[in-house]
Design a protein around this ligand. Structure first.
Ligand code: ADP
Length: 373
């Protein structure tokens, strides 16, 4: 760890292939700009001289390939320079993926296999830098004109939307430097690799997981398993910190990263809304099954849920579905947060990103609760 700085303007000179690792202070944002040279934050290049504003508690690194001078103003929890980073190996992975994309694009055969770009999955323990590596690979690819699709399987600390969701988004430009897979069981992992038809598996910082995956995937045709070193800059977060980060992500969804959004509190009648849960309930009663067979929960079953006080402090997804049957195949428009349930008046009060009617009356209940702090 390094020293913390407060208040004053400070210049930092970075040698080639080194990075400035920063944890912004708890209470105030940090301003930072590139004075000269070239530098990037997790794959996104910094424009010269433009001040960027980083919110409290953010942890990030400014990396330079050829040398740079950085100026910062504000308070940091820590900031220090590191010249040992795994960035060269990461950019080599990018180069190989880029070559495969070029080959896929050039492929004239109607064979869908060879005209497919690489499908990469990044795996590793909690806090090994998976999100960060994904972000770099996406930004580098976007910078070269590719349009990779990012599928976030990290339901705890995802980067696309609020916690508790699996999300996918196309990336068409480098990721904003300010705004920024907990799959511990390899068996889960295998399922993800197969479902997503991944043909490149990047394993971050865990020898055991790497050799396990390599052995298991030996039989699979054309799956490359690559071991990568984790960065010394990746900050470990304990359970408390992760919970806090999740809570902040939900807060951010409604209020914005810099408190720049103003969500609306709305009131609806119970009768105006239909709440559903996905999965759960057994598919068939035991009596209807062959002897010895166990009833299995159908993970895609849509089950109506009564509106009562249990919904208090829950985050609900708002479906685009027009009929209950469409819920399972529809996207969600966004999320609402239940702040009050008045049983007597049969009214529900909720926070939504904006005023006005919800795009649909079909709401989906998960298991995400949030206590606004
Ligand atoms: P994972 O996805 O494996 O849980 P993350 O990529 O989210 O791990 O990284 C954990 C934390 O470490 C994040 O807050 C991230 O911004 C921070 N981090 C990652 N790499 C660096 C680095 N080189 N310097 C400083 N902080 C970093």
């Amino acid at each position: 760890g390094g020293a913390s700085s407060s208040g004053v303007k400070q210049q930092v000179k970075l040698e080639k292939e080194s990075e400035l690792r920063i944890e912004v202070g708890n209470d105030a944002p940090l301003c930072l700009r590139l004075l000269n040279g070239n530098a990037e934050i997790f794959g996104t290049e910094l424009a010269p001289e433009i001040w960027l504003n980083f919110p409290p508690r953010l942890k990030f690194a400014v990396f330079t390939w050829y040398g740079a001078t950085i100026e910062m103003e504000g308070t940091t929890e820590t900031d220090y320079t590191a010249d040992e980073t795994p960035m060269v190996s990461y950019v080599n992975v990018h180069a190989i993926l880029e070559a495969r994309r070029t080959r896929a694009k050039a492929s004239s055969s109607g064979d869908s296999e060879s005209s497919q770009g690489p499908r990469v999955i990044v795996v590793g323990p909690t806090d090994s830098g998976k999100s960060t590596l994904s972000r770099m690979l996406l930004s580098w690819a976007a910078k070269q004109g590719s349009k990779p699709t990012f599928v976030d399987l990290d339901i705890g600390q995802g980067s696309i939307t609020i916690p508790g969701c699996i999300a996918a988004t196309p990336i068409e430009m480098p990721i904003d430097p300010v705004e920024g897979i907990t799959l511990e069981m390899p068996l889960l992992l295998l399922h993800a690799i197969r479902t997503l038809k991944a043909n490149v598996v990047l394993v971050l910082g865990q020898e055991k997981l790497y050799s396990m995956l390599r052995d298991v995937l030996k039989g699979e045709p054309k799956v490359d398993v690559v071991k990568l070193q984790r960065s010394g800059g990746v900050v470990s977060r304990n359970v408390k910190v992760r919970q806090k980060a999740r809570s902040f992500r939900i807060r951010e969804y409604f209020y914005g990263l810099l408190n720049d959004l103003s969500p609306h509190s709305n009131i609806a009648n119970f009768s105006d809304l239909c709440v559903y849960r996905i999965g759960g309930g057994p598919q068939a009663p035991r009596s209807a099954l062959p002897i010895g067979a166990e009833p299995v929960a159908d993970p895609t079953r849509v089950v109506p849920v009564n509106i009562n006080r249990d919904l208090l402090h829950m985050v609900l997804a708002v479906s685009f579905a027009k009929e209950p049957e469409e819920i399972i195949s529809s996207n969600v428009a966004g999320f609402i947060y239940v702040t009050d349930v008045d049983i007597q008046r049969k009214k529900i009060t909720y926070l939504a990103p904006s005023a006005g009617d919800l795009p649909s009356k079909f709401l989906i209940l998960g298991s995400l609760t949030w206590l606004e702090t």
